[in-house]
Design a protein around this ligand. Sequence first.
Ligand SMILES: Nc1ncnc2c1ncn2[C@@H]1O[C@H](COP(=O)(O)OP(=O)(O)O)[C@@H](O)[C@H]1O
Ligand SMILES: [Mg+2]
Length: 345
Amino acid sequence: MNESGVAVRLKELHKTFGGLHALDGLDLAIEPGELVALLGPSGCGKTTALRVLAGLEDADSGQVLVGGADVTARPANQRDMGMVFQAYSLFPHLTALANVEFGLKLRGRRRTAGRAAEMLDLVGLGTLADRLPHQLSGGQQQRVALARALAIRPQVLLLDEPLSALDAKVRVQLRDEIKRIQTEVGTTTLFVTHDQEEALSVADRVGVMRAGKLEQLGTPADVYQKPATAFVADFVGLSNRLPGRLDGDGVIVLGTRLPLVSPPGAGPSEPSVTALVRPEAVEVTPEAEGPGRVLSVSFLGPTSRVTVGLGDQLVVAQVTGGRLAELPVGAPVRVELRPVPVVLS
Ligand SMILES: Nc1ncnc2c1ncn2[C@@H]1O[C@H](COP(=O)(O)OP(=O)(O)O)[C@@H](O)[C@H]1O
Ligand SMILES: [Mg+2]
């Protein structure tokens, strides 16, 4: 791969704790100014990857390059990274302003108050500069932490589950705010999260991690619509597991031929397969003679989720609007699939 123009490059990183492979050959390249979200289940190695990039943890093998320079052997304090963790990382006895100034002073910068005030303005806390952390909400505290991380004009911004201690509404507000600020300052960012919605909404590209390595790296739309593996299809969004039959570079499920995201390789393969089909690719139509029976309907506002029994198969459909919200349990329906690409289990 061409290294020039890449802001961050993790190369073949391995890290074991005892017998456990926290990182198992992790490779990742981040473009300048890009926000990459590392998404994966708890324990898949996200924090370890971030800590190795920050220099807080040494990898057993592999390389870390920042701006083309090999920083693998460089200690954390010489890596020029801003960091925000889950929560509670502010100094409790320092005001918001003093917390932001702290990082600047540590680096021997002068005229720190001006820069700190500017950063508090950037995160929307200009008027609360004199508050102590306990006088700020969780979301406001995380804004201060973000201001502190960005004040030093880091080469790379690292965020480790920065929203997970906040309640749902604040989480959504702050996540949109982080995206706005990151775009404005243009700092290359690695955002670690186990929350798929968070990753899909903030990231330029999402890296889905599993057991210490990347399973797929792509735009949010790619990862969702063209999952590279069954793991990605299962972890990012809901999927129906439906029996199908291979047919060339497609698969026939419930009588509809669906294209495959990655066509099966050459050679004999088992024609009976399991396809992962998104609920929004399932159409449900009330029909007196329909073979399906409505088992449940959940009204979710802009969409409804309808679970249909089809023989001994359960099929979940996500339909827009309140159109089907009134369908009674037991109502006969027809189930059809829209021919969107699928992966096999
Ligand atoms: N300092 C450590 N000592 C022992 N095991 C660790 C240590 N840090 C992480 N691990 C283990 O490594 C794996 C990956 O952890 P981590 O990177 O924190 O995952 P994530 O952030 O994705 O939840 C986990 O199984 C975790 O228990
Ligand atoms: Mg973690």
